[in-house]
Design a protein. Structure first.
Lengths: 115, 112
């Protein structure tokens, strides 16, 4: 296994369009996280899954955002009616529940640009 | 909730110089603390960790000690190399949700 992968790596879209990102975690990891990182800032937590259950959503996750992890493996993050303020790097991370300190392994991210 | 404050960059050093990047945290209790690093063009990687007070995390010549008296977790390296040029994030474990709370990051540039 080569780590967490994300697709696409870059996405340019026009305001108002919908976009969907995919994350494939490390295969045995049962926790999956989504973060957003804007320029000059650290990543901010959006939501996380334990297996297929979405257990927590940040207040940053507006109604236009939805995330799924239907079979407890890969996850998708959809943004509807994109706005320019959605431009950011979207990061996915995974971890193993039984890890004592919850080390999270990050993917390379999907950079979204909304025109 | 938990938060992390780290010194702002950018920091520019000559090779073999001593590095300190300051980090303080606020939290309920004593969360695990981490330093993550992001090398140019790469994803975030865990650099080191400390899971309880007075723990010292170390890796690749970097060290950080979890000090509850000063609520600090400063990153240090005695002799930096050009290859250490990266963005360094001080991170706190968020607690029951399992999420991580990141500082804003400090960009380090090491000149030969």
């Amino acid at each position: 296994d080569t780590g967490v992968s994300q697709d696409p790596r870059h996405k340019i879209t026009k305001r108002g369009q919908n976009v969907t990102f995919r994350c494939d975690p490390i295969s045995e990891h049962n926790r999956l996280y989504w973060y957003r990182q804007t320029l000059g800032q650290g990543p901010e937590f959006l939501t996380y899954f334990q297996n297929e259950a979405q257990l927590e959503k940040s207040r940053l996750l507006s109604d236009r955002f939805s995330a799924e992890r239907p079979k407890g493996s890969f996850s998708t993050l959809e943004i509807q009616r994109t706005e320019q303020g959605d431009s950011a790097m979207y990061l996915c991370a995974s971890s193993l529940l039984m890890s004592s300190y919850n080390e999270q392994f990050f993917g390379p991210g999907t950079r979204l640009t909304v025109l | 909730g938990n938060s992390v404050t780290q010194m702002e960059g950018p920091v520019t050093l000559s090779e073999e110089a001593f590095l300190t990047i300051n980090c303080t945290y606020t939290a309920t209790g004593y969360p695990s603390l981490f330093w993550y690093v992001q090398y140019p063009g790469e994803g975030l990687q865990l650099l080191l960790k400390a899971t309880k007070a007075d723990d010292k995390g170390s890796n690749k010549g970097f060290e950080a000690t979890y000090r509850k008296e000063t609520t600090s977790f400063h990153l240090e390296k005695g002799s930096v190399q050009v290859s250490d040029s990266a963005v360094y994030f001080c991170v706190s474990y968020g607690g029951s949700q399992g999420n991580l709370i990141f500082g804003k990051g400090t960009k380090l540039s090491v000149k030969p």
